[in-house]
Ligand binder design. Structure first.
Ligand code: SAM
Length: 221
């Protein structure tokens, strides 16, 4: 499904879904370049899926290269949003494969802008954001939009590249020059922007150039 017009931006990733999976999904690429491990990304996604039983939004779901296993087994509604139909098609195929050949009814794939979500306020229990924050100049505004849809007691799980190690920092700057990512920021800079958008303190951890943030919206009175 889509809420974007047919000529909407999103194409950059459409032509790249297969290459994206081979490169970004590779343990060697992540270890050498980012000093981090896909196993940890998958575990992070599993924590998000296990954090509730009401709707989970994956904002910028991509091809589900790290999430398909968790999504195939999940027992809760899952809304996968991405601007790229090519990435969503790859996600659909990967999750269906993991689930034995058919996409589970619990999974909805939606082409939409993660900065302008077609969702009601407080309609989501868990937001998962993997590999997204470093794409945006305005991380605070992006996280504000994610926070808008989170219900009281809901949780945010966000994983982002940060400029933390020499090789990763250099590569992030090259990606920035190529127009692929925002100007690289360090762990503290991204964390401050997340806290500003979320309106509360977030827990943070880092493995190499990958930062992991979690936060909980206050429970309703
Ligand atoms: C670096 S990939 C991350 C994908 C996936 N979360 C992962 O961890 O592999 C970024 C994804 O965000 C999508 N994207 C970029 N900007 C977006 C936006 N404003 N709204 C929705 N999706 C967006 C791209 O199409 C791409 O699939």
């Amino acid at each position: 499904m889509s809420v974007l017009s047919p000529d909407a931006e999103g194409a950059p990733y459409d032509s790249r879904a297969a290459a994206y999976d081979r490169v970004v999904g590779s343990a060697l690429y992540n270890r050498l370049l980012w000093g981090a491990s896909p196993e940890r990304y998958r575990a992070f996604a599993r924590r998000a899926v296990a954090a509730g039983n009401r709707p989970l939004l994956d904002a910028g779901a991509g091809s589900a290269v790290f999430t398909a296993g968790a999504y195939a087994e999940a027992d809760r509604p899952l809304l996968l949003v991405d601007r790229s139909l090519g990435m969503l098609e790859a996600a659909r195929n990967r999750i269906a494969d993991r689930a034995g050949g058919t996409l589970p009814n619990s999974v909805t794939l939606l082409q939409a802008d993660a900065n302008d979500l077609p969702l009601r306020d407080e309609s989501i229990e868990t937001v998962l954001s993997m590999g997204m924050l470093h794409l945006f100049d305005d991380v605070t505004g992006h996280v504000e939009e994610l926070g808008r849809v989170l219900a009281p007691g809901g949780r945010l799980f966000a994983m982002s590249l940060v400029a933390a190690q020499r090789l990763g920092r250099v590569y992030l700057w090259l990606l920035h020059r190529a127009g692929e990512v925002a100007a690289p920021r360090g762990f503290d800079g991204i964390r401050a922007a997340v806290e500003s958008g979320f309106g509360a303190a977030v827990d943070g951890a880092r493995e190499g150039c990958m930062a992991f943030f979690t936060a909980k919206v206050e429970d309703a009175e």
